[in-house]
Design a protein around this ligand. Structure first.
Ligand code: NI
Length: 510
């Protein structure tokens, strides 16, 4: 991610020397099938409680638009990491949007100024999803795996990469810096990788040699440890074999790789084998903001009748995130209650924030596990996704979410059948994710809102959260009550079945 180590150039020279014999010895592996050589997902051993002050920076589109969603962690004391992660996800998003514009032409849902119900609406044409998991986050090391999913076409499919941060220097380091930066060790490492793959199917020896020889970060950017301390070196499809053979992963056993590790690699290895320590970086807050539950009990139940009062249901999607707590303060000032459609992964990583949302009397809804377009998934995958999201929320709060909203508002018969909760869409779309303009968000709502409306916003954007006080001030002056979706529909709540986007019989309509 940063400039290559001097050793990356050294490895080039060394491997060029050993290339011939290595190729000869592994010729016999060509032509076999590739079972067992795919990169596997590492179950993350990291609990969010180990990371003081962890917050997420999320971004996504919504509506029937150009579809993308990204997420990365913001860790106090790891500013260089935050900057690198931001640059990485923005590059993924921007190149996806540019590609879509080029491939789709003028009708592209990703084109500038395309309406949110423009091309691709309802068809779920294309989608980018960038999510992460922690490989390590304890003592003074952080490792992350980013998973990039793009639906359909060239560049589509699933891929991943790893990123590493050394808290002792405050720097993001290339994955290969897990290995000692000296010629003999790097040669040993390269040979260990080759040895691991010598009987592997889906590996073309000449390509493997070329990948190692011309390495730089591009080929050796995906290094991680198994829970036992074995080192996994993953190569993207097409790097060391035919593209249709998929990703290829070399595994160097723990006892073999241990002597090859750099000081940094050794510290990471220790944390992998003894997980659970807290992450301690300069700049970590002394008290974990997540650890302390707010000093108040569950908010009072209230009774607002939207058949006799002017009601509006504000909804906030895609969080929780780094601005959610700020939003809670604004809502409390106006005695406003709202509905938060949570992304399951984000809830799991910020449980303290979720508890604060509930304690303040707001309603929780499901917005899927990681903001994938559910209408493009199989029935089984949709069910797994929704069940996992509900379970994550219940684990934190003790209760299931009460409503559900599909990402992008995209649903079909499969999604409808899998959804047991009332499906809630919206009647006022601020398009806040597109404009990032507080005044516009506030004005859109105050100019168009009617009693019974459901307003779509996102608490993952600073500009949306900043829009709330002036919006509530104006609406309050107009006599509005700010209710949750369930409050809007009265004592029995909203009904499951057909999607709901507003309460038609609310007081003051027509
Ligand atoms: Ni969303």
């Amino acid at each position: 991610m940063r400039q290559p180590l001097a050793a990356l150039i050294t490895i080039t020279t060394l491997l060029a020397v050993t290339a011939c014999s290595a190729s000869d010895s592994s010729d016999s592996s060509a032509g076999k099938d590739s079972a067992g050589s795919k990169a596997g997902a590492d179950g993350s051993p990291v609990s969010p409680a180990q990371i003081p002050g962890l917050r997420l920076a999320n971004d996504s589109s919504e509506g029937g638009s150009c579809r993308w969603a990204t997420s990365y962690p913001v860790i106090p004391g790891a500013d260089a990491l935050t900057a690198a992660l931001k640059a990485y996800v923005e590059k993924q998003r921007d190149s996806y949007i540019e590609n879509r514009k080029e491939l789709d032409g003028e009708g592209s849902a990703c084109a500038d100024g395309a309406s949110e119900d423009g091309a691709g609406a309802g068809e779920g044409g294309h989608e980018l999803n960038v999510s992460f998991s922690f490989l390590a986050a304890s003592a003074d090391v952080v490792g992350l795996r980013f998973t990039r999913y793009e639906s359909g076409g060239a560049g589509g499919g699933l891929s991943d990469t790893t990123m590493w941060f050394d808290g002792s220097t405050g720097k993001v380091v290339p994955a290969l810096s897990l290995i000692s930066d000296n010629k003999a060790t790097l040669l040993q490492f390269a040979n260990a990788v080759k040895n691991s793959l010598k009987d592997s199917d889906g590996v073309t020896p000449a390509l493997l040699t070329k990948a190692l020889v011309s390495s730089r970060e591009s080929s050796l950017d995906n290094l991680s440890f198994t829970p036992k301390g074995d080192l996994r070196v993953a190569f993207s499809p097409g790097t060391v074999g035919p593209p249709d053979a998929g990703a290829v992963t070399a595994e160097v056993p723990s006892d073999e790789v241990k002597p090859m590790l750099s000081d940094f690699g050794g510290r990471v290895w220790e944390q992998i084998l003894n997980p659970g320590k807290e992450l301690t970086l300069d700049g970590n807050p002394p008290d974990d903001a997540q650890a302390g539950a707010p000093g108040k009990g569950a908010a009072d139940k209230r009774s607002i009748d939207c058949l006799t009062s002017k009601c509006v249901a504000l909804t906030f999607d895609d969080g929780p995130g780094q601005y959610t707590q700020e939003l809670l303060k604004h809502l409390a000032e106006y005695n406003a209650r709202a509905t938060f459609f949570l992304v399951g992964r984000n809830a799991e990583l910020q449980p303290g924030v979720v508890k604060e949302v509930v304690a303040a009397g707001h309603e929780l809804g499901s917005h899927s596990w990681e903001h994938r377009d559910l209408s493009q998934m199989s029935a089984g995958d949709v069910q797994t996704d929704l069940d996992r999201t509900n379970a994550a929320i219940k684990k934190i709060t003790g209760s299931d979410p009460t409503v559900m909203r599909p990402p992008y508002g995209a649903h079909n018969a499969t999604v409808d059948a899998a959804t047991k909760l009332p499906m809630i869409l919206w009647s006022v779309d601020t398009e806040d994710w597109k404009y990032h303009d507080s005044a516009k968000v506030s004005a859109t709502v105050t100019a168009t809102v009617k009693p019974g409306d459901i307003v779509l916003m996102h608490d993952i954007h600073a500009t949306s959260v900043a829009a709330v006080p002036s919006m509530l001030e104006k609406l309050k002056a107009d006599g509005y009550e700010f209710v949750t979706v369930s409050e809007l529909y009265g004592p029995d709540g909203p009904k499951a079945g057909a999607p709901l986007s507003q309460r038609q019989d609310a007081f003051g309509r027509g």
